[in-house]
Structures are given as C-alpha cells and as structure tokens.
Design a protein around this ligand. Sequence first.
Ligand code: LLP
Length: 416
Amino acid sequence: MDYFNYRENGQLGVESCELSQLAAEYGTPLYVYSRATLERHWHAFDQAAGEVPHLICYAVKANSNIAVLNLLARLGSGFDIVSGGELARVLAAGGDASKVVFSGVAKSEAEMRFALEQEILCFNLESEPELARLNQVAGELGKRARISVRVNPDIDAGTHPYISTGLKENKFGVPIERAIALYRQAATLPHIEIVGIDCHIGSQLTELEPFLEAMDRLLALIDRLATEGIHIHHLDVGGGLGVNYSDENPPHPEQYAAALKAKLAGRDLQLIFEPGRAIVANAGVLVTRVEYLKEGEDRHFAIVDAAMNDLIRPSLYGAWMNIIPADRSLARPQRRYDVVGPVCETGDFLGKDRELGVAQGDLLVVRSAGAYGFAMASNYNTRPRAAEVLVDGAQAHLVREREPLSDLWRLERTLP
Ligand code: LLP
C-alpha cells in the first residue's frame, strides 16, 4: 500500500499534494517520495517481527538521501551499510551507530577504523583475509570488533542474475562449509567478538521458499557452532523481499516474518532484517516531462527528459517499471510507445512498448522508483542529477536540490 493515488480530477496525487504541481514548482526530472508510505513500510516490518527481539537495519544503498535516513532513524531504525561513505551519511542523518551493521566484500582499513571508532553493532564478514585485517585494525585501536559471518548458503533466489547473491559462483559471503572454520578462527582472535551470523541471498525475491531454505541452513550451522562452544546472539537474514513493480505479488512482511518466527521458536536469537527495496521502492516515483513524440519506422517514441543516468534499472537489468500519466483526464490518442531518454545510447529507455496516451509537454510518472533510483544516478552526458522532494501530508520539502551544472566539473582542473 502506498499513498500515490489518482484523484477524481484525474491528477496523480501523493499524500495531499499533486505531482503536476510539484513538477511545476521544482522542475523535471524529479524524484518524489512519500513520508507516509516510507513509514508505513518500515512499521510493517517492525510490527511483523512483533514480540521477537529484532532490529530493522534499513539497507542504505537503496535510497540514501539523508532526509529518508533521518525519518527512519526517528522511528528507531538501524542501518545496513556497505561503505564508510554510507556510515558517514547515517551519522549525518542522526542515525545511531550502535544499530549499524556493515556488509560488503571489500572493507578497507580506513573504513574499518572509522566504523570501529563509531562503535558499530557488527561487521558482516565476507572472507578469511577480511577477518585477519579486522583483527589487526581493532588491535591497533585497542578495541574488539563484533562480527558476524556472511554465509553463502548456495541457494538460487530465482531473481535476476545481477542481483542474485547467494549462489556459490557469486563473490558474496563464505561458503557454508568454510564458515565453521572461519568461526573457529575468529574465536581464537583477541580483537574479535563473535555475535552473529548473516546471509543475503538476493534482491527482489517474490517467493518465501529460498528465504526459508537459507534460514534452515543457517540454523543448522548455529547448532553446529553451539556444540563447539561458539554462541550466536543474532541471526541477520539480509534484505531481498520483493515489491510489486507489475504483478509479482511478493509475500507481505507479515507472512515473511511469520514463517521466520515459526522456525525461530524456542531459540534465544535476535532477528535482524536488512530491507531496502521493500521499504522505499513504492515510496517514490520519478516524474518526467515528454519533450517530443517521434515516429520511427515501426515504433512510436515518447522522448522524455529523464534518462538512464537518472534511473538505470530498465537499462541495466531490463527491469519493468510502471509508467503512467500524471494527469489521466487528458484526452490523448492511445499508442504503444517506447519511452526513451535524451542519453546517446540505444540502451537508454525507461520502458518499451507501453500503451500510453500522451502529448508533447505532458508529465509521465515512473512508479516504484524510490529504491535504486536516485541512488544509482550518474552524471553521464553531463546531466545534472535530478532534484528530490519528500512529501509529508500537504507539505513538500526539497530534500536535494537539482545539481547546479557548474558542480559537475567543480573538481576538475585544466592543465597550466
Ligand atoms: N543487505 C545486503 C547485504 C545487500 O547486498 C542488499 C542489496 C540488501 C541488504 C538490500 O536488499 P533489498 O531489500 O533492497 O532487496 N540495484 C539493484 C538491487 C541491488 C541489491 C544489492 N544488495 C536493483 O535495482 O534491483
């Protein structure tokens, strides 16, 4: 459920604002987020976990605008980070470092040092050499690093190969057979404290089965470790719960959590979730204006002012994202359009073969763009990144200005 709905007058609203008005005020391309939707999705996880001790560590990479992070921090959220930069963002947004888990395969010494100084909750380790480095860095600081081992359970998440992470051919995590040896090693190191176990098998999962299979494998590993005197306090199930882009029908957090809780019954484990997409995807849209309609040989093109640099998911993963008019009351002839952007690449499209009624100057809205939208934007073709607005009831807040052009080469130098 989200708060983007058509009004009786045909305008697409977001909470108590209208997208057309926001586009008029802030220009396009424009990302628009809904506070009520964001908070609703976070609470859905929190309530679903219910009485089980739990922590929701929102995956910052999905949408890292500090206004978004700040709202989640106010709800008491934790954060899953993958870089020192994300940790700095979380802190700038008022997030609590003691609720931060640090994932990622290539943590540098500097990132480890920064995270240790901030006393984060846990490092999710992904390899043997990373354990050695962390022990070393923590020792230099006179600290003990809390760790979890990211186990790669070798499960097919049934999702796009680029966002599937739990197969043994992927670079992520430690194969389940080697994880035991890694825990044994960790238990001998003076600057390491074992606190958890984690996995993340992929993103945009639409079935429960792969999650539950992964959970079974992790629980078996926890039991095996216990026989060796290694005790695990938290089980971090990663992120990955899918959302509806079209008709996927993924499980609701309630069903997901219920299934996990059933497996946890009788165990003294804290449950950690790292949802990204499930919280922000449907809390955001990308608003874009039609610059031209163009007739190709056998195709109609709606050329819009947003491009792959603003929203790369369709180009990179062939992702299907819904594209709808900002005002559906306008009488326009319906046609099948490829919705394409200004970037000089054939792969620059937001959607292909879409039945739409549009005219030059109309606004189109790409739904479900709150996750991995702005966060993956670039300046390709020297295009300033879009502005971001966060709507809170009848109020719209500009939470990121449109990038001024001169900022794009501000760090560049000509030769003397
Ligand atoms: N935890 C870890 C360790 C992750 O690697 C990820 C996402 C998450 C949590 C959050 O997963 P989510 O709940 O959002 O599925 N750019 C791609 C998605 C990449 C996901 C990478 N890892 C896309 O636009 O579909």
